[in-house]
Design a protein. Sequence first.
Length: 233
Amino acid sequence: MAQLLYGCGLRVMECVRLRVKDVDFGYLQITVRDAKGGRDRITMLPVCLVEPLRRQIEKRRLMHEEDLAAGHGKVYLPGAFAKKNPGAARELGWQYLFASRNRSSDPREKSGSTKESRHHIAETLLQRAVKTAVRDAGINKPASCHTFRHSFATHLLENGYDIRTVQELLGHKDVSTTMIYTHVLNKPGIGSSPREITRSDVKVLLRLCLALTEGQSILRRVDQGFACASAAA
C-alpha cells in the first residue's frame, strides 16, 4: 500500500478505499473515485506493482468467495448507485481491494439486521506501519504517508513532466496548489534530467520501502550496495 502512495500519488483514504475494479492492468492506470472535492481522477500504475496487485486481487477473490458461501459478501455501494443496481454489492469488482480481516455489521443497515459486510481496512493501520518503517529505517526527518505523495509530485517535475499533467495526476483543483512543488527544483522552469535525482534521494526511498516489507537485514545489504557503487564512481 505504501508503494501505491508513492507510485500513484494517492492520499491515504484514496488508497484504502480502492475497489478491485479501479485497477486497470491493460492501460496501467488506477481510477480514484470520489476523491477530495468529490471528483474522480485517473492516475498512473507503475509496472513494478502489476504482479503484487494481481496477487492481492486473487487473494480478495478467494476471500470474497468464502464470504458468499457464508451468506455474506455484500459491500457498501455509493449513493444512488446502490438503489439503481443493488446486485452489484455482491460482485467482486465492487469489493474493497484492501479489505478488513473481519466482517462487521454495516451501521447503515436496518436495526436488528444480521447481514455482515467486509469494509476496507482502517487507515490507521497503514499510518502506523509507515511510522514504524520510518523509525526502523533510521530516517531522522519528519515523514508520514503523505510524504510519499509529495515525493511522487516532486520526482515527476524533476523528470520533466509539465505542471498541468502533475496537477491532473494529483487531483488538484487549482494549479497554484501544484506549483508549490516547483520550489524544490532550485532553478527556473520545471524540467530536469532524471539523472539529477540524487543517490541519497533514491537511497531514502529504497530504505523506507524495504523497511515496510523485508526488514533490517535487507537494509544493510542496500547500504553495502550503495557504498560499493559510490566507491566505484
